[in-house]
Design a protein around this ligand. Sequence first.
Ligand SMILES: [Zn+2]
Ligand SMILES: [Zn+2]
Length: 489
Amino acid sequence: MSAEDRQSADTQEGNTSLTRRDVLKGFAVTTAAAVSAGMSAQALAADQASSATEVKNPYGGGPNTGITLPPYYRPTPSVANANTFFPGMEELGDDEMRISFIGSSPVPPTRAQAGTAIMVELGNGKRFFFDLGPGCFRNIVALQVPMQMVNDIFITHLHIDHYGELPYIYGFSAWAGRWKPLRVHGPSGRTPKDGIKAMIEGMKAMTHWHTDSFNLFPIGDGYEVEVNEFDYRDDNGICYDKDGVVIRHWRRIHGKDGASAYRLDWNGLSFVWTGDGRPDANTVKYAKGVDVFVTELQPDTMNVQTLKFGMPVEVLTPTVDVAHTVHYATGYMFKQVQPRLAMATHLAYDEELVPEMVAGVRTHWGGLFQFGAPDGVVVNVTKKAIWTRRAALPESTNFVRPSAKEAKELFDISLTKTTVDFPNPRHAVLTDIEDPATRALEIDAKKYYPPGVYRKPNPVFPKGFKIDIKKMVKDKIVQRIKSVFGADE
Ligand SMILES: [Zn+2]
Ligand SMILES: [Zn+2]
């Protein structure tokens, strides 16, 4: 079997309508059309050469400024390294917004792309998460954001690629010290069963074994969830209004009631994440003039995707046409919304399709455009400047401890209350949830510990445990003095 025959057979097995014969037929038609239009290769080249003079930078521009870049595309004052964002090494300006793409894939998650998730950080210290797609937690960890601080999660809709990481973060961050409820915001649906509240109840049921087992440790109210379920039909309604941050939502066309878009406004800066959906009038209306507009993009090249996935175009086309934005429409939406920065995410970042994606967007939009993909794209935004970089994400690291400011928020410590009082575990006795007969099978620790480091295993967390911060700080200062002046003095 020749390579060509094999490809033809593969195509037929994949049940697609695109056979080799069709391709050849199509090619013949295209060639015939070009010939009948009298367009020779030289004519095409001449046509393209003459059109080059017609392209203008919409912001004015000039030599060395490109044809799509505005003068405000430059680093903000807080940017320490113009090429790379090094996590944990840069303090956000007081008046600044930072948007990090911590997941960017619809399907499938890859090593370069987790499920869709966007983290927005503000100069007032607040942090928000828009969607929490599967696999995004490792990017949160790599960005050196403390696990305990993942909160205020806004879910656009309940497709798994937008919330698959939620049960994981819910299960572990309470153990790590988030003893306060998780705050999750999201839309209602056609029936109560379709809303975010019902999903959270389902998540609690699904994770019961995990949470019950972790109740051997201090958890406090960490397994409670404050669910803010808003009416998805309340277009442009406010679903968050606190500390000068206002978040609005509106419905999207995505094949089922409840899918929503979000717009965040703070300190004269704004951000929109549309979530998934068809190009729609609401988005044009409510996103108009936003600083950073992020929407989705599906290249309308289903014949190519068919060759990759083996799924017939008859499945791929309706998937896009019922629920998604084709790349031309992404550009069209940019033109209607007129943002300072237009961004596309929720796309498979197939390098070889990037030129086509850009070409599609450029059929309508001549302004500033960046991909929110693959993972690790970071955007700094002030009123005067916008700058995009990739983050240096370590291959392996660990979850970072909260800063002093974050610890204050987590543990309610202040000048007058300087102790962290650990909540008592719900299961103080191991035998509450484990059969003593199982534990009786445990091998004596003396058999595996070297004698010099032996300690008797203590599987029970003590009741009434406290950490005295004042004493901790004092000890640290004493230690520091000793290290400077020598231990003996
Ligand atoms: Zn999606
Ligand atoms: Zn979706």
